[in-house]
Each structure stands twice: as C-alpha cells, then as structure tokens.
Design a protein around this ligand. Structure first.
Ligand SMILES: Cc1ncc(C[n+]2csc(CCOP(=O)(O)OP(=O)(O)O)c2C)c(N)n1
Length: 352
C-alpha cells in the first residue's frame, strides 16, 4: 500500500516555527488571519445562541477548524479568484467579500437580502454533500478557457470524498487541467461517522494520484502550513499546471450542526486532546513572540468584532418577516411550471 504523504507543519503548538520552515505570510497578514479566526469563533457562539432562542436557522460551526478555513482563503485573491464553499467556512465568506449583514439576513430567512452581491466571486453554500465540487471543476475549466489566470478554491469535508460527485469533479478537473484547489477539511467526522469508518485509504490526499494531480497533507490546525500548501497549489493552478488536492487534518470541536448532539457518539478524551491543538492559540502565541500581538490589542479587536457582529444581527432582526413567496425567489431565472403552481398555492403539495 502507498504510504500516507508527509504532513506539512510549519508552526509548533508553542507558536515556534519548526526547523527549516519560513512563514509564507508577514505579521500583518497573520494578524488579519487571527482576526478572521476570532470573528469566526464569536460568530459560532452567537449563531448557536440565536438558533437556540429560535431566532436564527440551523448553524454548522467552524470551531476548531479555523486555521484550515482561513489559511486556505488567505491564499486566494477575492478580486480575481472564486470561492466554492460547502457550509462550514464562515470566515472565508467574509474574506471573499460576502457582507456580514447578508449572512445574518440569510440566517433569519431572508433570501433576497442574503444573496451573494454582484461582483463577489463566490458560489452559494451547498448542503447536498459534494454537489459543489463538479460546479467548482466546471467553473475552473471555464476560467481556464477564458484565460486570465483565475483560480477556484473549493472546500469539502472528509465525508464528501466518499461521494460520486467528488470523484467526477476530481476526474474532470485532472483531465482538463482545471485551475482548482480542492481543500478537504478532514475534521474527523461526517456527522457521527468517524473518519476511520469513512474509507480504507490511509490518507484522503492519496486519492489525487488516481486523478493525475498532486495530493498534499497538512496540519489543518496550523494557519501557516495550510496557507503555504494552498499558496503553492494556487501558483500551480495559475501557471496552467492544473488541480491540487489538499487534505487538512483538523478536528470538529462542536456538534455537526445545531440539530446534532455529539455527546451521543464522540469520545471526550479525543476531543480534549484536539482542544490542546487549538488553531487560534497557536497563532496567538506565534504573533505574541514576535511582538505583533498582546492582550490589549486582542481586547480591542474583540470589542470591534463584537460591535460589527451586533450591528449585523440587529439589522437582520429589524427586517420585516419574510413572506412565504420569498423561498421561490432568486432560484430560477425562469421557474419551472410545477414551482409556479406551488407558489400560487403557497406550498400546497405539487403533483410532480
Ligand atoms: C448528498 C447528501 N447526502 C447526505 C447528506 C446528509 N449529510 C449532511 S452533512 C453530512 C456529513 C458531511 O460530512 P463531511 O463531508 O465530512 O463534512 P462536515 O459536515 O464534517 O464538514 C451528511 C451525510 C447530505 N446533506 N447530502
């Protein structure tokens, strides 16, 4: 059996650069990354509370996976490249230009206010597992044909790699040398199915070999490692060298989403060990040792982020309640007849 690829790691848990490693981001960029990670954790807590209060819809927290999401999105250019999300990448949506107010409106059931604004190069979140990946491959293939060097960053989870859509997307992307980076967040779980039961392969990154492009494995709780691997993959894609698959090993601290109870299946010892690898704490230590971060700065950043979050939540709460018709809007330019019939009957069962 082929051995699992070596796992790229740049930062130790004490926040030191590992031997022979250099940061691919300067201190200001790492601070931007840390702010996004802090915003993400604040957002997870707020969205969870609001869902419990019945004011927001279902939320899938990023908690524990912030370095995997943010390290990757910092390697693409929102003014040029495309982001293809799953549903667990909140800080990447923000970095790519999705307004927080729009995200808050989405969670309160306002599709029009929650739509992705024109000019933001991002596809909508995708709940059907892996269904975003063929879109990402097709988008990247199209961008390649247009010229201009734009790249697609597509996220998915470990569970998604068992889907047919994952295979079809990788196969097409490899054949067409599509400029796409597939970022697999291996967070240990597909709801309650552990990674060990998901596949017999020792590493999901190995699958790339079968599609004819490189597969890379990184410490997904290491912002600098994820950034370095993604930046390398983006450079390859821009140069016309095709896709890369990145497996970012991380761990989901929390529930799958607010409908789930991991106490029924997760091992508390494993979780405690994962928490000791916290991605935010690692970056905090790194910047602090370089004199680029301190508690006073963090307090000021948290205050600013909390105020931004408050403003978005309050603005969404002031929107008039959505009408039943709104769930039919912004889906099709020309809705099919059966949807028009449903709309006329306000959700009455359709015959086909
Ligand atoms: C096609 C499809 N099958 C099943 C589901 C139900 N489902 C929702 S999330 C999920 C697990 C996804 O796990 P993973 O891909 O590892 O992503 P994660 O949620 O851990 O980020 C499943 C099976 C779905 N949404 N879509």
């Amino acid at each position: 059996m082929t051995a699992s690829p070596r796992r790229l790691a740049v930062l130790s848990m004490t926040g030191r650069l590992r031997r022979g490693q250099r940061p691919s981001l300067d201190d200001a960029q790492v601070r931007e990354g840390l702010e996004l990670m802090l915003l993400s954790r604040l957002f997870d807590a707020r969205a969870t509370t609001l869902q419990r209060l019945g004011r927001w819809g279902v939320h899938s927290p990023v908690e524990g996976q912030e370095a995997a999401v943010v390290g990757a999105c910092l390697a693409v250019d929102p003014g040029r490249d495309w982001l293809v999300p799953q549903y667990r990448e909140f800080p990447a949506y923000i970095h790519h230009g999705m307004p927080l107010a729009g995200i808050a409106a989405f969670f309160t059931g306002h599709p029009a206010q929650g739509r992705i604004p024109d000019g933001v190069r991002m596809l909508p979140i995708q709940v059907a597992i892996a269904a975003q990946l063929p879109h990402a491959a097709g988008l990247a293939w199209g961008l390649r044909r247009q010229g201009g060097g734009a790249v697609v960053l597509a996220y998915c989870g470990d569970g998604a790699t068992s889907e047919g859509d994952f295979h079809e997307a990788c196969n097409l992307a490899g054949r067409m040398q599509a400029p796409v980076v597939f970022l697999v967040q291996n967070n240990g779980w597909a709801i309650s199915t552990p990674r060990s039961l998901q596949s017999a392969t020792p590493s999901l990154a190995l699958r790339a070999l079968g599609y004819g492009f490189p597969g890379v494995r990184v410490d997904g709780n290491d912002l600098l490692a994820v950034h370095q691997a993604t930046a390398t993959a983006v450079a390859r894609a821009r140069a016309g060298e095709g896709p890369t698959l990145i497996e970012a090993d991380t761990y989901r601290y929390s529930f799958h989403n607010t409908t789930d109870n991991p106490a029924a299946y997760a091992d508390p010892v494993e979780l405690a060990a994962a928490r000791r690898q916290d991605p935010i704490e690692r970056v905090r230590r790194y910047l602090t040792q370089r004199g680029a971060w301190d508690p006073a700065r963090e307090a000021a950043v948290r205050e600013r982020l909390t105020a931004t979050l408050d403003a978005a939540v309050n603005a969404a709460a002031r929107l008039p309640p959505p009408g039943p018709d709104e769930c039919f809007d912004d889906i099709y330019a020309r809705p099919p007849a059966r949807l028009l019939r449903q709309r006329a009957g306000h959700g009455a069962p359709s015959e086909a």
